[in-house]
Write a protein that binds this ligand. Sequence first.
Ligand SMILES: CC(C)(COP(=O)(O)OP(=O)(O)OC[C@H]1O[C@@H](n2cnc3c(N)ncnc32)[C@H](O)[C@@H]1OP(=O)(O)O)[C@@H](O)C(=O)NCCC(=O)NCCS
Length: 284
Amino acid sequence: VASYRFCRSDDLPLLSRAHEACYRPHFQELPALDVSALRRAGREIDLWTSSCMVAAVGQEPVAVLLATKRDDAALIWRVGTHPEHLRQGHGRHLLTSLSSKLAILGPRRMLAEVPAERAAARALFEGCGWRLDLEYTDFVLRRPSRPAPASDLVMPITIDDLVSNAAFDGSARRAWERSPATLLKRKDSVRGWAVASDVRIEAHLLFDDDPAAGERRLLALGCADAALEATWWTLLVGQLAGADPRPLRYARVHAGEVPFELLLSWGFERGPTTLGYTRQPQAA
Ligand SMILES: CC(C)(COP(=O)(O)OP(=O)(O)OC[C@H]1O[C@@H](n2cnc3c(N)ncnc32)[C@H](O)[C@@H]1OP(=O)(O)O)[C@@H](O)C(=O)NCCC(=O)NCCS
């Protein structure tokens, strides 16, 4: 019989072991999630051990749930069952246990981002009463078509600059790893470029480096005047693409964030889809 329990702050080694045994066999391309990576996830994406669970048979982890928590929502970051223990109800038990806990303690909204090609995971969430909310698409710009000459209009900017000039949109709805709250927590490693007029920051983009993948990541685009988005973003993205030969990845973009036709016109290629599910926590 399996035992299920929520973790404590001193359970990081157990969580790491459970993740390696139960989640990573399904996603072998992911780097190992060791204790320092778990701590970083705590700092950057608000992974809380008290929202994480391990299912075990004896001493052996058979399933794991890793979830984040902020005031407005909790995200099921990763849920996985050991390949030899699938279809025994562990995934469902983990999701319903967290749901019952959050029904009492909040937040009032649960989210999940599930790769569309993962049929079992989709069936799990749908079978547990989660609702499909939105669709994200990955984009990558492999080769900037023509390096744009450096523009005098574009200047470097920090997230602090954006905040102090009221140009940082804290309510923008983006995938959790690029959400405004995550970017604020990662602000020391995030870089930005902007176009400013005498009175305000007209438009900006935020990006960072992903040395392990040999890529840069586009993290956010912002514009003060929606009518000028296409103009300013075309300039900014062109500058960014022309400044570095590495691919530029824009992960988990939804259509309300930037029109996909614009991304395609800049030379981005469409990649895999991720499904955003949601549900309200519910007492068992
Ligand atoms: C998704 C996953 C966690 C499900 O774990 P599990 O312990 O096997 O799931 P459960 O046994 O609790 O299944 C609960 C329900 O989900 C659905 N389900 C789960 N796996 C399914 C599958 N392969 N095909 C169809 N339905 C499935 C069924 O409705 C099932 O109920 P049933 O067995 O009574 O029919 C597991 O398949 C897994 O680890 N996948 C890889 C990791 C992953 O993709 N995670 C999601 C991204 S965060």
